[in-house]
Design a binder for this molecule. Structure first.
Ligand code: HEC
Length: 137
């Protein structure tokens, strides 16, 4: 910060001496949005879980085409796995390792999941993590 002020002063002085106009370009960083609260993340994740079609294969508490969210989370919590890392294709499946089922989910990872932002993936994972608490409400 101090360095940039010094730079501006030097540039200003320089332009006085030479009589040239010096344009000072102030670079603005990306606007940083505040981190979502836990409740907002769960709310957003819940919505995305339907909107992004996860719900068509994953029921909350019953196995459908894929394992239930509760079964997935029991294993992820037990093994300290990262849902986000799995959804980004950076970690191996640990819930259902049957080749044909892995292939179904892998298709999603290689396909539509690439369009989902990190922030949204984080919200989905947070929702999945808290799904049992929601059921008690
Ligand atoms: C077309 C059906 C289908 C859709 C849509 C689908 N899944 Fe899956 N998913 C599966 C199947 C089948 C498995 C079991 C194979 C496996 O565990 O990798 C699975 C497994 C998983 C697992 C456990 C991976 C592991 O470690 O074994 C997670 C987490 C998961 N899905 C999250 C999601 C999320 C989040 C979405 C939505 C963005 C989604 N799935 C959409 C079929 C689907």
């Amino acid at each position: 910060m101090r360095l940039s002020i010094l730079l501006v002063v030097i540039l200003a002085l320089n332009s006085c001496i030479t009589g040239e106009k010096t344009e000072v370009v102030v670079e603005k960083g990306d606007t940083v949005r505040g981190e979502l609260s836990l409740d907002s993340k769960i709310f957003l994740g819940n919505r995305l879980f339907s909107e992004k079609t996860c719900i068509t294969c994953h029921d909350i508490d019953k196995n459908k085409i894929g394992p239930s969210v509760i079964d997935i989370m029991n294993i992820y919590k037990d093994k300290n796995g990262s849902i986000v890392s799995f959804l980004k294709g950076k970690s191996e499946p640990i819930v259902d390792t049957t080749a044909s089922n892995v292939a179904i989910m892998q298709d999603n990872i290689d396909g539509f999941l690439k369009e989902i932002s990190d922030e949204e993936l984080d919200a989905i994972a947070t929702y999945m993590m808290h799904v049992t608490e929601l059921k008690k409400l």
